[in-house]
Design a protein around this ligand. Sequence first.
Ligand SMILES: Nc1ncnc2c1ncn2[C@@H]1O[C@H](COP(=O)(O)OP(=O)(O)OP(=O)(O)O)[C@@H](O)[C@H]1O
Ligand SMILES: [Mg+2]
Length: 228
Amino acid sequence: MQLKGITKSFHNGDQELQVLKGIDLTVEEGEFLAIMGPSGSGKSTLMNIIGLLDRPSTGSYDLAGQEVDDLSENELAQLRNKEIGFVFQQFFLLSKLTAQHNVELPLIYAGMSVSKRKKLAQQFLEKVELTERMKHLPSELSGGQKQRVAIARALVNSPSIILADEPTGALDTKTGDQIMELLTQLNQEGKTIIMVTHEPEIADYARRKIVIRDGEITLDTTDSVRID
Ligand SMILES: Nc1ncnc2c1ncn2[C@@H]1O[C@H](COP(=O)(O)OP(=O)(O)OP(=O)(O)O)[C@@H](O)[C@H]1O
Ligand SMILES: [Mg+2]
């Protein structure tokens, strides 16, 4: 993916807030990138643009050879479903659905038959080592188990890119490390991973780190990064 001169402004009455001030970023297939930076610096705003959930105000974004600006809302949604899996800090599982049904959701949206999607959901829950818990509701799962369900759901469409916004933010250190080991394994299998985190130890799982301050990339490095 290639972002050039990306800006994003939000309007509030007659006030304009420029959140991203010209982001240039190229991410190759198979990279593992951590995005760091102070609260309010624009990390989630950038992730939303990368994930095709929001459009930039200006600048160009080329994803898998397609200029995003040229795509209709429908085409954007299709590209998003095909290429991108999302993992969030708060899991966003549907509370009335079992783990298995939560993982099936993207396949329902994709119009897959009941038997096929059941098989795929079970296969991905097995991959995150949750076979015994697949008939349970989210309320019956630990934080780490919930995040693994969310990761299975992000993977079930076979996206090439995983976007994770503070995937360990709601987890204790040990559980967070288990989630990071899972993401590392997925990266080794060829997935491109872009992750937002505040924690240097978590960022160190990624080879490359960028720091965003006040809407601009101020550092792009493979060294350890500390944010104060
Ligand atoms: N939809 C929106 N409308 C107006 N302002 C917004 C909107 N989304 C984000 N902002 C503002 O943009 C700025 C950057 O927000 P963003 O969520 O990208 O920060 P962040 O770096 O992810 O912070 P955190 O580490 O706290 O999650 C903040 O000042 C925020 O209030
Ligand atoms: Mg954020």
